[in-house]
Write a protein that binds this ligand. Sequence first.
Ligand SMILES: *[C@@H]1O[C@H](CO)[C@@H](O)[C@H](O)[C@H]1NC(C)=O
Ligand SMILES: *[C@@H]1O[C@H](CO)[C@@H](O)[C@H](O)[C@H]1NC(C)=O
Ligand SMILES: *[C@@H]1O[C@H](CO)[C@@H](O)[C@H](O)[C@H]1NC(C)=O
Ligand SMILES: *[C@@H]1O[C@H](CO)[C@@H](O)[C@H](O)[C@H]1NC(C)=O
Length: 424
Amino acid sequence: MCLSFSENTRDMLNKKPAKSRMFILIAGCFSATLTAAFYFASGSKMLDKSDQDDNKVILGIEEYRSEVLLMSDSGIINSKLDLSLFSPEDYAKDAIYMMETSGRQLLSAKQLCSVESTARLHPSKTIVLLVASDTIVYPTLITSLLRKHPNVLLRKIDVGKVLSTSPLKNMDIENTLKKSKFVTEHASDLLRFALLYEHGGIYLDLDMIVIKKLPEVANGVATANEGTYLNPAFIAFQKGHPVLLDCMNHISESFNKDWFNGNGPDRITEAMKRWCNTSTLQPGMNCSNVYLFPVDNFTHLNWGISMKAFDEDPAIADPLVANLESNAFVFHYYNDVTRVVDANITGNSAIARMARKYCPLVTSYSRDWLFVTEHTSDLLRLVLLYEHGGNYMDFDMIVLKELPKVANGVATADDGKYLANGKN
Ligand SMILES: *[C@@H]1O[C@H](CO)[C@@H](O)[C@H](O)[C@H]1NC(C)=O
Ligand SMILES: *[C@@H]1O[C@H](CO)[C@@H](O)[C@H](O)[C@H]1NC(C)=O
Ligand SMILES: *[C@@H]1O[C@H](CO)[C@@H](O)[C@H](O)[C@H]1NC(C)=O
Ligand SMILES: *[C@@H]1O[C@H](CO)[C@@H](O)[C@H](O)[C@H]1NC(C)=O
């Protein structure tokens, strides 16, 4: 199965990126991997050039050169991975499930760091990475990761179809999900319950770095808020577990379209209260063989203070790292809060230190900035135009007239006092 898409990838190997005078970078909220991919693609062009003039480029050309070497090593340019559908043949006992349910065709460096850290520490388990799109574009990094960790299985998942054969089948899934204010998150909530109910195993969110081998419990749930509230960012359940069935029964009776936590954390918390016959849950409880983990094991930082993950101040980063190493299985940094924050990968923040240690392949690709987003786009546009000349424009514009034929020009903003390098 895996072969079929590596072959597709290999077909693309000899295709050089098209020579074009206008470079378009995506600089929006979904830019991370795509921007990084352009970054790799441009690196390969630099490799093709034999003249030594590249060194003149002021902006960290050495870093780009290193990307070039990685790039030529894996040899994939402007390709894509077509994914096969997750099917019964893919069933693996005790698998670890991770998923991207937004439907976008990109996996960010942050997400791949989660996958790499999980795969490294669990070589004998299958990591099932499910994506709600048919294709992954700019798959350089994910392809390297799949080669290095053959225990990662990347598959497309048809969310509607999986849910329609689950205990959630009685709700009008597609129409109900469509009305949700948090479609991506709610789809992910429903899917994790349905998948573990069907197959058993572990589910993990994609915004955590796994720093220790995960616990070998048959059934368990992460806790938050002093342990009174459950957080299904980590859950382990045996196939057909009654707690999951109870969760799904309550969701199909009253799906909550308005509240972020309404179909995940709220539902598993209520279901566990019923299962334990109690109104107050506590970490360390082990009700009929479902274990509630100490808060710090999976939720060292809570939602409200997750920016601390990116703080370079040793007074914040040092104790955080020490606490994680002694009390946590994973470093959960809440992508919903921190998605626009870049980490200086050579820096001192807890997330950079954890990433260097637990996802070395992803960090080796990321060079200066882990989790490249807008800043990479900023740097890349300067480097590209310095090397090749031409126009750069952001991807959030509709062109109404032919662009001006000036040799050099920059757009302005704020009455012209500020230059907006959306177009140079
Ligand atoms: C909860 O109550 C039910 C029904 O009274 C019982 O079957 C079950 O064993 C109880 N569970 C626990 C954990 O005490
Ligand atoms: C929970 O209790 C079961 C027995 O009911 C036991 O087998 C299991 O090891 C316990 N789990 C933990 C994490 O203590
Ligand atoms: C989980 O948390 C408890 C309580 O803080 C701690 O004693 C234990 O070492 C933690 N487990 C791991 C694997 O860090
Ligand atoms: C990243 O952190 C390193 C080490 O603290 C520092 O030397 C470097 O200047 C930082 N880079 C950027 C781009 O801020």
